[in-house]
Write a protein that binds this ligand. Structure first.
Ligand code: MLT
Length: 323
């Protein structure tokens, strides 16, 4: 009798889940961006949210929750109701924060459901317009000579700009004064204003300022020159070989979000990544959407697991961590 009841309850649960999914979404969805407005993660999120919202028939509202390299925003989503109305769009920081933070406000591999990969963005090493060096080699010399006064901006421990800076300083064997922001948006404002000297940031944030001549571009952290910024040498061409770093982004929901709702979100994400406006804007900004095969829960989970394994020894060796 108990087995029959258990089967009935389980069947009811499945029916209830699919009934809820049938009407989902019945109100606007919140997409948490774990960095300030105006930065690269925010830019990617707004483009994807607009396209997904069209497909789902509900507005997707961006909520910027910056701080602690993206871990505050991720923690906000981890603690949200698993009803499909609070989502997270985060990047490589989901992986690097695991070895960086001694105490994260969530269990990275058990606090989220995976919707899918979104995009993988190249980075550029850029300086304020008035910075003396005119190429990467002279920037490296300048940084070493002025190591006590040069300032490097990032979006907090665990951000992509933090990771790139960590790798850059390790290669130069020159620790620098870093200026943390709640996102690369405000960091870029200060770089353009000349208040900070340089940053390694994503093309989704640097391209427009480079094209406007407001900042100096020294190198792109990719093996082939960027079609969107063809005049910028790769790091290898500019004298810094094997300095390649791209920033992958994924979309997540709180653990316990029903498989039916996750499947709806994955389908809407895959459609959004083929949206002509998304494709064009991503190309303008130096990146490309993830493929349909990448924009899946399994692909995102595999990426996150492999990236935690990849970066943990690198970060441990650098002896960097945050409390
Ligand atoms: C980062 O450095 O992780 C991002 O550029 C931060 C942001 O998207 O604002």
């Amino acid at each position: 009798m108990l087995k029959v009841m258990a089967a009935a309850v389980a069947a009811f649960g499945v029916l209830a889940g699919s009934a809820v999914a049938d009407t989902y979404p019945s109100r606007p969805i919140t997409l948490v961006v774990p960095f300030s407005a105006g930065g690269p993660t925010d830019t990617v999120s707004r483009l994807v949210a607009e396209a997904m919202g069209k497909d789902l028939g509900q507005q997707i509202v961006i909520e910027n929750v910056g701080g602690a390299g993206g871990t505050l925003g991720a923690g906000r989503v981890a603690k949200s109701d698993p009803d499909g109305y609070t989502l997270l769009l985060h990047h490589i920081g989901m992986a690097t924060s695991v070895p960086l933070y001694r105490k994260l406000p969530y269990d990275t591999l058990n606090a989220f459901e995976y919707v899918g990969l979104v995009t993988e963005v190249p980075m550029t090493i850029v300086g304020r317009g008035s910075l003396e060096p005119t190429d990467l080699k002279s920037l490296i010399d300048y940084v070493k000579t002025n190591k006590d006064t040069v300032t490097y901006a990032n979006a907090g421990v665990g951000s992509a700009s933090h990771l790139c800076g960590l790798l850059f300083m390790s290669r130069l064997e020159t620790p620098l004064t870093t200026v943390p922001y709640k996102g690369a948006g405000p960091a870029m404002t200060d770089l353009v204003g000349g208040q900070v000297d340089f940053i390694c940031d994503q093309t989704t944030n640097t391209t427009s300022q480079i094209r406007a001549g407001k900042i100096k571009a020294y190198a792109a952290t990719v093996k082939e020159r960027l079609a969107s910024l063809p005049d910028i040498p790769t790091a290898a061409e500019a004298g810094l070989p094997d300095f390649n770093l791209t920033v992958w982004h994924g979309m997540y929901a709180p653990k316990g979000t029903s498989p039916e709702i996750v499947a709806k979100l994955t389908a809407a994400l895959q459609k959004a990544l083929k949206d002509p406006n998304v494709v064009k804007r991503f190309a303008d900004l130096g990146t490309t959407p993830s493929t349909e095969a990448e924009a899946t829960p399994d692909a995102l989970k595999a990426k996150l697991v492999s990236e935690i394994e990849r970066w943990t020894p690198v970060i441990k060796a650098a002896g960097v961590y945050a409390d």
